[in-house]
Design a protein around this ligand. Structure first.
Ligand SMILES: Cc1cc2nc3c(=O)[nH]c(=O)nc-3n(C[C@H](O)[C@H](O)[C@H](O)COP(=O)(O)OP(=O)(O)OC[C@H]3O[C@@H](n4cnc5c(N)ncnc54)[C@H](O)[C@@H]3O)c2cc1C
Ligand code: SF4
Length: 343
């Protein structure tokens, strides 16, 4: 590991000042990603700004409903928080599907959002990687691509974003609150991570001298159901091959009045399935409708070579998640379970 300066600011303004003053400064929270990358020589900060003791570690109800989650709330504490478990089960389930209990005890809300890709070439400094070293090339193209993209990739980068929590936040229409030298800025969670384009070294829209201070959740919708399902190579302690977070509102006539779907493991950011959502809104809930929506969403999929299996896997996962949510919302009434519908 290269030598670096260690700073422990007293408050968020001092932390932002340190980030502004030093180009090579990076915040340190739980350290479960940053320290690993420093050991590998992938991250080489000159100044490590330890923000882990800043008082950003509470979950507070917001006036008018909703919740504000401090950036330092640990993933384990957030998943277990009574308000989150009751009103935002999709978030609790996404968090519990990630990493291991030991890691979740250290990992924070801010750090989880800012964690880097698990592309093996990104982590191997002996190989070219445009994300690690802009302009050097992409070793994954034509290489090991089992965890790589299906949507929105570019000639410069085909990596996926690894966070489970971020997929849940995208479906919840959450807001990321960032503090910079000019004050606070609010960013919709669905717009926080970027597609790679020709600048894959930028994972998010956060400026280098901004600190994530909180994530805000809107008030829960009465009667809505939500969940998160992750498909992976092992039952635990593995990143998503594909994942689906979904939120569903169904009226007494079994008509879908609200639907939000976000997919993980398939793009450089949580992939909001806008086309499927549009197709389902106002339709009667049925497995055939869910299959049609999944097919519409996947019509534009361009899986990279080696990740083609993710297209049918994601299709089945979207259908299964929506079907189970519809059954939950309606007490398992007929017309929702049954035949899968057309391919
Ligand atoms: C073996 C293993 C398995 C894992 N499995 C999963 C998994 O299945 N799913 C999953 O989602 N994750 C998984 N993770 C990743 C883990 O969730 C992340 O490492 C963790 O969430 C990062 O949080 P942290 O607080 O430790 O961040 P740190 O390592 O401290 O920081 C990570 C990044 O965020 C930046 N940062 C931290 N806080 C802030 C802030 N407030 N504002 C701005 N920038 C900030 C840091 O500078 C750094 O770039 C796994 C990790 C490991 C090691
Ligand atoms: S896919 Fe992206 S992260 Fe992986 S080697 Fe290519 S440029 Fe680097």
């Amino acid at each position: 590991m290269r030598p670096f300066r260690y700073e422990r600011p007293e408050d968020t303004d001092a932390a932002v000042a340190l980030l502004s003053e030093h180009d090579g400064a990076r915040p340190l929270a739980g350290g479960t990603n940053l320290v690993d990358l420093m050991k590998l020589g992938v991250a080489t900060p000159d100044v490590v700004v330890d923000v882990s003791r800043l008082p950003l570690d509470t979950v507070d109800p917001l006036d008018g409903g909703g919740a504000r989650i401090g950036a330092n709330v640990r993933n384990a504490d957030l998943a277990a928080h009574p308000l989150i478990r009751r009103d935002y089960p999709v978030l609790s389930r996404a968090l519990l599907s990630a990493a291991s209990p030991q890691l979740r005890n250290l990992a924070t809300t801010g750090g989880n959002l800012l964690q880097r890709t698990r592309c093996v070439y990104f982590q191997d400094v002996t190989t070219p990687c445009n994300k690690r070293e802009p302009g050097s090339g992409c070793s994954a193209i034509g290489g090991y691509t089992r965890y790589h993209a299906v949507f929105g990739h570019s000639d410069d980068c085909i990596a996926t974003h690894p966070s489970d929590m971020a997929v849940a936040l995208a479906v919840l229409d959450a807001t990321v609150v960032a503090l910079g030298p000019g004050g606070e800025r609010r960013i919709p969670a669905a717009d926080f991570h970027r597609l790679p384009g020709d600048r894959p070294h930028l994972d998010t829209v956060l400026e280098r001298d901004e600190l994530v201070v909180a994530v805000e959740l809107p008030p829960p919708v009465t009667g809505a159901v939500s969940t998160y399902r992750k498909v992976r190579d092992r039952a635990s302690f593995a990143f998503a091959l594909v994942s689906v977070a979904a939120h569903l509102e169904i009226d007494d006539d079994e008509v879908i009045t609200g639907v939000r779907i976000a997919c993980g493991g398939v793009a450089h950011k949580p992939w909001r399935a806008a086309r499927a959502e549009e197709l389902l809104t106002g339709r009667a809930a049925s497995t055939a409708a869910f299959a049609e929506a999944a097919d519409a969403e996947l019509a534009d999929a361009t899986p990279v070579e080696g990740a083609e299996f993710k297209v049918p896997l994601l299709r089945r996962t979207i259908i299964a998640v929506l079907r189970d949510l519809a059954a939950e919302a309606t007490g398992g009434r007929a017309g929702i379970t049954g035949e899968e519908g057309p391919r």
